[in-house]
Design a protein. Structure first.
Length: 115
């Protein structure tokens, strides 16, 4: 731990003996990616704020952004559509819920169809 006092300006003193000062760098670390069989993914459809177009949203992925992007790329190529991966969710264009659930199950993920 660094003893640089400038990083701790504005911190209030704590009398708790178990207190540990958490820096912004500690909060920015990405969580470790869970194995596929331990992931619980929910595949749902979303129509809000998209100009009337439907998109399929995959929620519940726990892991690094690189692994999320690679899973999104796999889903996009296997479905033959576009999409994106950001903020811990995968967005696929169109209503592809059944196809995406089948693909995720074949890859070893625990996936269920949402709404």
């Amino acid at each position: 731990m660094s003893n640089d006092w400038k990083n701790r300006l504005g911190v209030v003193y704590s009398t708790d003996p178990n207190f540990k000062y958490v820096t912004q760098d500690d909060l920015d670390q990405e969580p470790e990616t869970l194995p596929a069989e331990r992931q619980k993914l929910v595949v749902a459809i979303d129509r809000r704020n998209r100009g009337g177009k439907q998109v399929t949203v995959v929620n519940g992925f726990v892991g690094r952004e690189d692994d999320l992007a690679s899973l999104a790329k796999t889903l996009k190529t296997r479905c033959g559509v576009g999409g994106s991966a950001k903020d811990g969710q995968i967005i696929i264009q169109g209503d592809m819920r059944d196809r995406i659930v089948d693909i995720l199950l074949s890859l070893g993920y625990k996936a269920k169809r949402g709404n």
